[in-house]
Design a protein around this ligand. Structure first.
Ligand SMILES: Cc1cc2nc3c(=O)[nH]c(=O)nc-3n(C[C@H](O)[C@H](O)[C@H](O)COP(=O)(O)OP(=O)(O)OC[C@H]3O[C@@H](n4cnc5c(N)ncnc54)[C@H](O)[C@@H]3O)c2cc1C
Length: 262
């Protein structure tokens, strides 16, 4: 069974490992355009990710932590949301992880090549269009084409949102990420309420990532930078922070016969 997974972001890597491990007859080709960058940010996972990485790629969050700068996540710590801070624990005996998703595809694909040999391939191509009939999907590249039995489309943000529901109730649309080059020594994700929204705090083995989330129609960039400096007792300007704009959305259609959006 020939499966193409499009994309090497977190979702593409998870899909590749899933099919290699759990579908015995699957031959998986991961196709991506290296010029189209992944959404790289230190991530906080759910409990499925460390399980999948262990089961499908023998990655152990504790022993192999150097590869992904990973740390164990045992829950979420809510700071400033109520009179007293509180922890929402992950139910034992499960755990999740924090990891550097810039490193995820390189490290996990190296493991997959060793474990699955010829069943796994990577192709660097830009995809123009997907066409399907009852039996197969044809992927049209800038030059050439290829056919597969299934396509798992993990291309991240769409170019246009006409086939998506836009989520209008989410009150934030912007993140300034403050990277601090010191290891994070806590084993939960911080969810820190602040004047203009909330902030996640992610500990990696080599750095901390603090994502200050706000709405730029309500809070100015300078107000956000000022509050970040107040919280961290720092003197940063906007150019010292990584800037993410995002629109919350959900696909209208996940399953389209043998093309599956993830
Ligand atoms: C500020 C912020 C904080 C976040 N924090 C977290 C978190 O803590 N935990 C969490 O789980 N999620 C978090 N997310 C969400 C998460 O980062 C994204 O949902 C996820 O990384 C998206 O991954 P992806 O694999 O879908 O797509 P992407 O990372 O965008 O990857 C897209 C891939 O598709 C390829 N591609 C695209 N178009 C083409 C084409 N035409 N031809 C060939 N290849 C193509 C690209 O080359 C790339 O490999 C956060 C998001 C933001 C904005």
């Amino acid at each position: 069974m020939k499966i193409a997974v499009i994309g090497t972001g977190t979702v593409g890597v998870m899909s590749v490992l899933h099919f290699l491990k759990y579908i015995e007859k699957a031959e998986v080709t991961c196709i991506y355009n290296p010029k189209k960058k992944i959404l790289g940010i230190g991530e906080s996972s759910n409990v499925n990710l460390p399980h999948l990485l262990w089961d499908a790629a023998n990655y152990n969050v504790f022993i192999d932590s150097k590869e992904l700068s990973s740390t164990v996540k045992l829950g979420v710590k809510y700071r400033n949301w109520r009179e007293n801070d509180f922890i929402s624990p992950i139910l034992p005996t499960h755990y999740a992880m924090h990891f550097d998703n810039f490193a995820l595809s390189e490290k996990m694909f190296a493991r997959a090549k060793k474990l699955y040999g010829k069943k796994f391939k990577v192709l660097n191509k830009d995809i123009k269009e997907l066409k399907q009939n009852e039996k197969e999907v044809t992927i049209l590249f800038t030059k050439g084409k290829a056919t597969y039995d299934y396509v798992i489309d993990c291309r991240g943000y769409p170019d246009n949102y006409s086939n998506y529901h836009m989520i209008t109730s989410l009150p934030i649309n912007r993140a300034f990420v403050n990277l601090i080059p010191k290891p994070g020594d806590w084993d939960y994700t911080y969810h820190y309420a602040h004047k203009n929204g909330w902030m996640f705090g992610i500990p990696l083995t080599h750095r901390q990532g603090w994502g200050y989330l706000f709405n730029d129609k309500i809070t100015t960039e300078q107000e956000a930078v000022d509050e970040i400096n107040e919280i961290f007792k720092s003197n940063k300007t906007k150019k010292d922070l990584r800037d993410f704009n995002f629109k919350p959305y959900r696909s209208k259609q996940f399953l389209n016969n043998i093309i599956i959006k993830n």
